[in-house]
Write a protein that binds this ligand. Structure first.
Ligand SMILES: Nc1nc2c(ncn2[C@@H]2O[C@H](COP(=O)(O)OP(=O)(O)O)[C@@H](O)[C@H]2O)c(=O)[nH]1
Ligand SMILES: [Mg+2]
Length: 458
């Protein structure tokens, strides 16, 4: 994708479908000229010559001067706009026909149809936002919960960029001293590569570790976490599924083997967008359809970010429960035990699987303990990142760059008694890796992929 910003781009920036208003956005050096050519102001005001940011009321007209739609045209002069270029946003009526006609009118006057993400890419190329902020724009558009929105807003506002800046400053400062030591080895300078330098690198390395620790939570906020509800038949998996959704979605019945399919619903627990997956009870069965359900349940288990293991607390553990304890004991994702039917268990709950991080006594029927269960799920999914000060990294390429930078710093820390040349090399590599997160050193093809994920008009 060319990064040339000498042409003027246009697109419909609101989603398809009907709405109160829809916006055609124009950005580039000819934005005002093109808008002025298609627009007739109702007050006679001139869109081209008026001085400040302004909103004009009037009509977009076709080449014959016939009105296409009544609009508000919002004119923003560079650099005070989304792209940092001259921008006109034409607020038309929100329907496919008026918006396409307005877009067509500006394209006929010389604008080019914008590519996906091109407005945001221009904001990035023009230095108004960096890559981490640009990517957070997608996250905030797609956020499904308030907590996910807050996390995206923090990064869009520059919280992650400031962390990156501070890290790079530390590394660049260290590099400058090491390079001076390489250049003037025999000079009588005070020792340049000293304890303070390594202490600074150690602090930077620790902060990289904290940022890396947010990667899982960041990804879960962005993509949503899959939580599989598993257990033997009849322990109340479907009842808990419904209770957590606060909806009757799955069939509940006293007959074991009722759920034979895998049922999924979106939910939000502790601010984490979730995909709750109800599954068939895990047991050996001769029924082919139930067996197909058991296979689906095992697939859900493999894909889950966390597992809710349900047992019936009103009964002693059965052989099937124990088999699951064994199977889930080896899980690589957090397993939370829900000891269900506490209302039946009274003051002597029975089944209690051992060896899992969190166990909650609940009742899907009375909802007792559900809030504790949700809190446990939130902790299991987000870990230390919950409510923390550290901004989250949410993308694989960010974690990958940060991990490479951390490895370089680890090696640099091991370079104390080795050559300063080697130390300088590691610091340079670390700086380059960190620069990929904010976009300074990101390869062009990766930028194309990142901005290509945006929609047209963004
Ligand atoms: N008393 C009581 N009954 C429950 C509870 N949860 C589920 N049940 C009952 O247990 C039976 C099996 O429930 P279901 O959700 O279908 O279990 P599943 O096979 O694990 O999905 C049904 O009769 C439910 O009404 C609970 O917390 N308390
Ligand atoms: Mg069920």
């Amino acid at each position: 994708m060319s990064s040339g910003t000498n042409d003027t781009i246009a697109a419909i920036s609101t989603p398809p479908g009907e709405g109160g208003v829809g916006i055609v956005r124009l950005s580039g050096p000819d934005a005002f000229r093109i808008a002025a050519e298609v627009f007739v102001s109702s007050s006679g005001a001139d869109l081209l010559s008026a001085k400040r940011q302004r909103v004009f009321h009037g009509h977009v007209v076709d080449e014959a001067g016939q009105p296409i739609d009544e609009v508000l045209a919002h004119r923003m002069r560079a650099p005070h706009s989304y792209t940092a270029e001259d921008v006109v946003e034409i607020n038309a009526h929100g329907g496919a026909a008026p918006l396409r006609a307005v877009l067509d009118a500006v394209l006929r006057r010389g604008a080019r149809l914008a590519r996906p993400g091109e407005f945001t890419r221009r904001a990035f190329e023009n230095g108004r936002i960096d890559l981490a902020q640009a990517e957070a724009v997608i996250d905030l558009v797609r956020a499904r919960t308030d907590a996910a929105l807050r996390a995206a807003n923090a990064v869009a506002g520059g919280a992650l960029s400031r962390e990156m800046h501070a890290l790079r400053e530390t590394l660049a400062g260290a590099l400058a001293r090491v390079e001076a030591a390489v250049d003037f080895p025999e000079d009588d300078l005070p020792e340049l590569v000293d304890d303070a330098l390594f202490a600074g690198l150690g602090t930077a390395r620790a902060q990289m570790g904290r940022l890396l620790d947010t990667a899982r939570a960041g990804r879960l906020y962005r993509e949503g976490a899959a939580v599989a509800i598993v257990g033997r038949p009849n322990v109340g998996k479907s009842s808990l599924f419904n209770a957590l959704l606060r909806d009757t979605r799955a069939i509940v019945s006293p007959l074991p083997g009722t759920t034979r399919d895998r049922i999924e619903e979106d939910a939000s627990i502790g601010g984490v967008p979730l995909r709750l997956v109800d599954t068939a009870g895990l047991r050996d069965t001769a029924d082919v359809i139930e067996q197909a359900g058991v296979d689906l349940a095992r697939a859900a288990l493999r894909e889950a970010d966390a597992v809710l293991f349900v047992v019936d607390a009103s009964l002693p553990m059965t052989g099937e429960d124990l088999q699951l304890v064994e199977e889930l004991g080896g899980a690589t994702v957090p397993v939370i035990v829900a000891r269900n039917k506490s209302d039946l268990a009274g003051s002597h709950p029975c089944a209690e699987p051992e060896g899992f991080a969190e166990t909650c006594l609940v009742s899907a029927v009375t909802s007792a303990g559900l809030d504790m269960l949700e809190a446990a799920l939130g902790r299991a999914l987000l870990g230390a990142a919950i409510g923390g000060e550290t901004p989250m990294i949410s993308r694989m390429h960010q974690a990958d760059s940060l991990r490479r930078a951390a490895h370089c710093v680890d090696r640099a820390l091991g370079c104390r008694d080795v050559s300063p040349e080697l130390l300088a090399f590691e610091l340079r590599e670390a700086l380059a890796a960190l620069g990929e997160i904010t976009g300074e050193t990101t390869p062009e093809d990766l930028l194309d992929i990142i901005f290509g994920q945006f929609c047209i008009g963004k």
